[in-house]
Design a protein around this ligand. Sequence first.
Ligand SMILES: Nc1ncnc2c1ncn2[C@@H]1O[C@H](COP(=O)(O)OP(=O)(O)OP(=O)(O)O)[C@@H](O)[C@H]1O
Ligand SMILES: [Mg+2]
Length: 242
Amino acid sequence: MARVIAFVNQKGGVGKTTNTVNLAAIAGHTLGSTAEDQSQVLVVSTDPQASTIWWADRVHEDQLPFDYHQCDDKPEDLARLKLLDQYEYVFVDSPGNIEDEKILMATLDSTDEVVVPLPPAAMAYAPTKRTIEKVLEPRGVPYRVLISDWDPRDGRVDLEQTQAYVDNNEWPRLNSVIRHYKIHERAAAEGQVCTQYPKGRIGLEAREDFFRLAVELGIGGRPLPRQARKRPATKAKAKGKA
Ligand SMILES: Nc1ncnc2c1ncn2[C@@H]1O[C@H](COP(=O)(O)OP(=O)(O)OP(=O)(O)O)[C@@H](O)[C@H]1O
Ligand SMILES: [Mg+2]
C-alpha cells in the first residue's frame, strides 16, 4: 500500500505546489527506481490549474525522480490512491480555491496525512485556520502545519510569531521550516526540481530543507530484505578465527 501525503491549504500561493514537487523529488531520489526501472513515487495534482504538471513536463524525463498524474475531475480515482501498490509514496497537490468539494473530500479520505503549508504572513492566518478547523479537523484527518517560504533575511520575528500562532492554536507543527530561496521560485520555469540544483551553497541549502522535511516525515529507504543482511559474527566464531 502506498503512503499518501497531501498538501492542503485553501489560501492560494502558500507553497503547496513548490513543497509537493520538491518533497516528491527528494523521496523519489532517495528511494530510487525498482528493478523494473519504475519510479516509487507518484505526484497527483488535483488542481485544475495543473501547475505541477506544467512544472514536471518541463523537467527532462531522465532527471525527474517521480511519475505524475493530473486528476481534477475523477474523485473515484483518488479513492484508489492507497491501493497503487507499485508506489511507496503518493504526494497530492491540491488547489487553493476549492471549488470541487468532491475532489477535496476524496483526497482527504484517501490520504494518510495532510501537510498544511503556512508562510510567515498574517494574511495567511485566517484562511489556514478555516482550512484546519472547518475542513481537516471535522474530517478527522491527521495533519501538521509546515512553515514555509520564510526568508531568513527578514529576521526571525515573523517566523517566531507564526510558530507561536500555530502553537497557541494547538495545531501540530513540523519542526522543519522551508526557507525562501529565489532558486525555488525560478525552478518551475527552468524545468528543475531541487535534486537538480547546482552544488553551490545556495542550491545545497535550498535542497537541505526538503531533506530535513523528508526525515521528519519518516520518508526514507526500505529496510534491507532479510537475506541481504549480514549476520554479525558470534563471539565463539570470532574467537575460533583468532
Ligand atoms: N520556499 C520558497 N522559496 C521561494 N519561492 C517560493 C517558495 N515557496 C513558494 N514560492 C513561490 O511562491 C509562489 C506560490 O507558490 P506555489 O505555487 O507553490 O503555491 P500554491 O499554494 O501551490 O499556490 P496555488 O494555491 O495558486 O496553487 C510561487 O511563485 C513560488 O515559486
Ligand atoms: Mg499550486
